[in-house]
Design a protein around this ligand. Structure first.
Ligand SMILES: CC(=O)N[C@H]1[C@@H](OP(=O)(O)O)O[C@H](CO)[C@@H](O)[C@@H]1O
Ligand SMILES: [Mg+2]
Length: 559
């Protein structure tokens, strides 16, 4: 192997020595990077910095991102995630190496791993290359320290440059990396300009721009006491026809990050976040998670003090599907044979409520399923001209293929001869949508603006949206077992293949429940097995989940 030189060897040994891996620690680059208690994260973060820099070298010096966040997890946790040069999640092919590096027991073991990997991947080390890593963090107290640790990891690859982009939402960093590598404007100000301008443009294209009543303009946003609320406060003055009030805004003293608030809490518990109450009955409310890559909507119901009418990722997806389909139908006619034939794909996971999948199927759309985790959904959605994906928890986006956008731009130019025609307007709406919705990853702020634009376009109340279909009652449970990895799944995680016999037990429980559906899988972010059950009543969903959880406990060993 080409010798990387003494300076490179020494730099790797020095970085690894600064943050030794404690005995017995096992980091795993799960569904969303490495996550753990923030105070224990330094070794994994430093090593993720090394991986990010190596990735940039491998990609010929293209910008790669590294974000310090633990999303919706408690404030004491933290995590690290690498953003690939296209703005998406790091290539899965690099995950085994990332795991091995994070767990390398000694500085020398780490050095050997890097040298071997560089050789296998054809990466030339030693400084004769360029590498750049854009860094960001959320508002967690351990963030600043861990960002510094990541910088040390990056610097351990000689010749690499670390650029601190500041405190950002996760999707902002993904957007910046993507734009930078495409040679587009990539600053935070550019991000804000793009989303506020395209939102304004979409509103101008609503069929009847007049007469939106006050209630429709009013929106209360639960910022999870994280970064999303702070950023939203910044752009609020530039958002026409929306009267936004941010609660749990992330401002000093308002509350604790993700504690009894935020999209994960609202979606899983189906109760009001802190700071919301009976005075909000009838007002449209939205909730972000701690790093603002998830979005759900809700209504405070008048019947109970705490429960909510929830609009989750599935219903956000359904709203976007209706809007995009409407524009495509205007341009192409129902047979999709018109001016812009379009392959439109919808991607969900097993957690999507069965009622949403049925709704989409009834629209004549084919729904494709992938494993849990944005990296899988995103990859699938990229296969279409317009690919839309959402996790039920509110993470998702709409992807427009570059080649499709080029066709759309040409068509729009052609149609401008008949400016104002329904087809021209529909093409402009699609173009503005592709500008508004984040093309790199799910983004609560831009997703929320698209929801707001579509509701205004359709002149829909929250209730109209809610009534698209009725969610089947569902229940999620977590089971702590000795070793969750003994569960192996197939068919986009909807069936268990190991341990043998477990799937048969699940099947037996399912047939005993009307509209029953149930699956189990090991979590990629927590040391638990997740059980999901759906049935025609709340009681049946609860009982199905409970029975299956008991089987899991018995077979895998409760701990
Ligand atoms: C049921 C559920 O909500 N799972 C979440 C959760 O993954 P698990 O692998 O289930 O722990 O965190 C992921 C990262 O945020 C997210 O992509 C996923 O949807
Ligand atoms: Mg998140």
């Amino acid at each position: 192997m080409a010798d990387p030189g003494d300076e490179q060897r020494a730099a790797l040994i020095a970085a690894a020595s600064l943050f030794p891996v404690p005995d017995g620690a096992t980091f795993s680059y799960g569904t969303a990077g490495f996550r753990a208690d923030g105070s224990t994260m330094a070794p994994a973060v430093c090593r993720a910095g090394i991986v990010a820099a190596l990735r940039s070298v491998k990609l010929g010096g293209a910008a790669v991102g590294l974000v310090i966040t633990a999303s919706h997890n408690p404030v004491g946790d933290n995590g690290v995630k690498i953003v690939d040069a296209d703005g998406g999640m790091m290539s899965q092919a690099w995950e085994p190496f990332s795991d091995a590096l994070a767990n390398a027991p000694t500085p020398d073991a780490l050095l050997q791993l890097v040298l071997q990997f560089a050789k296998d991947e054809g990466i030339t080390l030693g400084g004769g290359h360029s590498a750049q890593v854009l860094l960001a963090r959320d508002t967690r107290p351990t963030g600043e320290y861990l960002l510094d640790v990541a910088t040390k990891g990056i610097s351990a690859i000689v010749g690499s440059v670390a650029l601190d982009m500041g405190i950002l939402t996760t999707p902002q960093l993904h957007w910046m990396v993507r734009n930078k590598n495409k040679g587009l404007k990539a600053s935070e100000a550019d991000y804000f300009t793009q989303i506020t301008e395209s939102f304004r443009h979409l509103l101008e294209l609503t069929p009847d721009a007049k007469g939106i009543d006050e209630l429709n303009e009013k929106l209360i946003v639960d910022g999870a006491n994280g970064i999303g609320g702070l950023k939203l406060e910044q752009i609020k003055p530039n958002l026409a026809r929306l009267d936004i009030l941010v609660r749990n805004s992330g401002k000093e003293g308002e509350g604790i990050l993700n504690e009894r608030c935020g999209a994960d809490f609202v979606q899983k518990e189906k109760v009001l976040p802190l700071g919301f109450g009976p005075d909000d009955v009838g007002v449209r409310c939205a909730s972000f998670d701690g790093d603002a890559d998830r979005l759900v909507y809700f209504h405070v119901t008048s019947l109970s003090k705490t429960s909510v009418d929830l609009v989750d990722g599935d219903k956000i997806l359904s709203l976007f599907v209706l809007f995009i389909r409407e524009q495509l139908d205007i341009i192409n006619g129902k047979d999709n044979k018109g001016l812009l034939p379009t392959r439109f794909g919808v991607v969900q996971t097993a957690y999507a409520n069965g009622a949403s999948t049925e709704f989409l199927n009834n629209l004549g759309l084919e729904v494709v399923f992938t494993s849990t985790g944005v990296k899988y959904l995103h990859k699938k959605a990229l296969e279409y001209d317009i690919g839309i994906y959402f996790e039920a928890n509110g993470h998702g986006t709409v992807l427009f293929a570059d080649e499709f956008v080029s066709r759309l731009v040409s068509l729009t130019a052609k149609l401008s001869e008949a400016a104002g025609s329904p087809q021209h307007q529909a093409a402009l709406r699609l173009l503005a949508t592709s500008q508004l919705i984040n093309q790199a990853v799910g983004d609560a702020i831009s997703g929320m603006l698209l929801v707001e634009a579509v509701l205004q376009h359709k002149r829909w109340s929250f209730q109209n949206w809610c009534d698209l279909y009725t969610d089947l009652p569902s229940k999620q449970l977590k089971v702590k077992v000795k070793d969750r990895t003994t569960i192996v799944t197939t068919d986009a995680e909807r069936k268990v293949c190991q341990p043998s016999g477990l799937q048969e037990l699940i099947d037996k429980e399912v047939v005993n429940h009307s509209h029953g559906r149930c699956f189990v899988r090991p979590s990629g972010t927590e040391d638990v097995v997740r059980v999901y059950a759906e049935a025609s009543t709340v009681e049946a969903a609860d009982s199905l989940a409970k029975s299956v959880a008991q089987h899991v406990e018995r077979i895998l060993g409760f701990c």
